[in-house]
Design a protein around this ligand. Structure first.
Ligand code: UD1
Ligand code: CA
Length: 483
């Protein structure tokens, strides 16, 4: 069979430049919130962060501009690490006004992609599809449209009909409040996502007016202005209408959060993680999980948590910003925050790993054990009812039931060092700062206030007293008194 030859029909032309403008200045009145709308979270991440994450896959952060206004400092602060730029729209006079405000930053680019800070599920591929369609068809404006099950609340798109047939060209966009009669049945909606050629956009945007229900400059009105100027205005249908759903109310916030988590669980399952009853689990967008790990029902995996392969995370555990190695078992009801659990370790049930805990390879942390800023070495065990705070614990250490590190003297936090191979008997208190030398034994129920040398036995408890027959004598005496 002949080898297929590659058809290199690529023509080298200077590529057109693209900026992305994300409209994020609005107050989000319908959320009834004191927090800026775009900082409300789905999938554990602000709405705007989702949009930025998709945008940076299409253009570099230096070409991305978020237009901010309401509580702008909070928005900038939350997104600063992304490296995008911010443009202040100090008065929010509408989506058209937002794009006018950004003129200086945007007009130097050939094209501008406009995204909405409150349309968070948009995918990079879809933005790229709008861009490519826009460039290939030499349009002045391309709008992404969709036909969701319920179009209520969205601006509706009316296409030009030629000889009874719908075309790619947009005739007009009518906002919900302005829909009349038959128009109310129109299903095709404006997603609020557009590509513009910068030149015609800024040549005509100054003509927008505010003659509408909200007395705002609507960006959607630019479609008619451009069309009247003989420019091409096109509509491109999204393949998946779920991607362009906007958030205006708390109900929509909850719906999109559920949708995003469902999608995330689906991606993880396709990549080799088992998730039982995924609809009961909350897995944040940035969580990573290795293959053959099993996630049981009602688990929450939050923030930047990374879980290795062949782990089992049992029900009702909440894991936030943790690094979990391979082959780890987390039994039911554990709470883990900002901690590391190394391979083969076993945690729980009902363990609380507070920030800075580092549980070594094959180590065990059991029932009702709390750790904070504590390293537990390889193979060490703290299985029952224990508090380990500010502790450096070596390898092969056995921490008996009920052991407590007394790390706080009312002013300072002090460190407990337990060297390799130490055996701490049950119900011991270790008053820090203190060091227990390698291989030492602590007798059960000791209150240890001084360092213990290696291989020593430390006993710090009252000596047992036994009085033979005392109980029987006492009972006899008591009976005599009753008569
Ligand atoms: C807008 C569209 C509507 C579309 C819908 C899709 C207009 C007039 N209408 O309506 O056709 O179906 O999006 O979700 O554009 N914003 C600013 N500055 C402002 C006003 C708004 O940055 O002065 C931002 C908002 O923060 C928001 C986005 O622009 O992120 C959209 O504004 P919003 O008021 O939510 O518009 P919709 O009523 O949803
Ligand atoms: Ca909106």
């Amino acid at each position: 069979m002949p080898k297929p030859t590659s058809t290199s029909a690529k023509t080298k032309k200077k590529p057109a430049t693209f900026a992305v403008a994300i409209l994020a200045a609005g107050k989000g009145t319908r959320l009834k919130s004191s927090r800026p709308k775009v900082l409300h979270e789905i999938g554990g991440k602000p709405l705007l962060a989702h949009v930025v994450a998709a945008a940076v896959e299409v253009v570099p952060p230096s070409s991305i501009f978020a237009i901010v206004g309401h509580e702008s400092e909070r928005v900038c602060e939350a997104l600063r690490s992304t490296g995008i730029s911010f443009i202040l729209q100090s008065e929010q006079l509408g989506t058209g006004h937002a794009v006018m405000t950004a003129r200086a930053a945007l007009q130097g680019f050939d094209n501008v992609l406009v995204l909405s800070g409150d349309v968070p599920l948009i995918k990079a591929e879809t933005i790229a599809r709008v861009r490519d369609f826009h460039v290939a068809s030499h349009a002045a404006m391309t709008m992404l449209t969709a036909e969701p099950d319920d179009p209520t609340g969205y601006g509706r798109v009316f296409r030009k009909i030629v000889r009874g047939k719908e075309t790619d060209e947009v005739d007009r966009i009518v906002e919900q409040k302005a829909l009349r009669g038959k128009e109310l049945q129109q299903r095709e909606i404006n997603s609020g996502i557009y590509a513009f050629a910068a030149k015609p956009l800024y040549a005509h945007i100054g003509k927008l007016g505010t003659d509408n229900a909200h007395r705002e400059y609507y960006l959607t009105d630019i479609a008619v202005l451009l069309r009247k100027a003989g420019e091409k205005v096109l509509a491109l249908r999204a393949d998946d209408s779920n991607e362009v759903l906007g958030i205006n109310t708390r109900m929509e916030l909850a719906q999109l959060d559920a949708q995003l988590r469902n999608q995330k669980a689906g991606e993880l399952m396709l990549a080799g993680t088992t998730i039982f009853r995924p609809e009961t689990c909350d897995i944040d967008a940035d969580v990573e999980i290795g293959t053959d790990t099993v996630i049981e029902p009602f688990v929450q995996l939050i923030g930047k948590t990374r879980i290795g392969a062949d782990c089992r995370i049992r029900s009702y555990s909440i894991i936030t910003n943790c690094e979990i190695g391979n082959n780890v078992l987390i039994r039911p009801g554990c709470i883990l925050e900002d901690s590391v659990v190394r391979k083969g370790a076993q945690i729980g049930p009902y363990s609380h790993l507070r920030p800075g805990s580092d549980i070594g390879e094959g180590a065990h942390v059991g029932n009702f054990v709390e750790t904070k800023k504590t390293r537990l070495g390889k193979g060490s065990k703290a299985n029952h009812l224990t508090y380990l705070g500010d502790a450096e614990i070596g390898e092969g250490v056995n921490v008996g039931a009920g052991t407590i590190t007394c790390n706080y003297d009312g002013v300072n936090k002090n460190v407990t060092v337990i060297e390799d191979g130490v055996f701490v008997g049950s119900d011991s208190t270790l008053v820090a700062p203190i060091r227990i030398g390698r291989g030492a034994y602590i007798g059960a129920s000791s209150c240890i206030t001084e360092d213990v040398p290696a291989d020593a036995l430390a006993l710090a408890r009252g000596r047992q007293v036994v009085k033979a027959g005392w109980a029987e004598q006492r009972r006899t005496k008591a009976r005599a008194q009753v008569k």
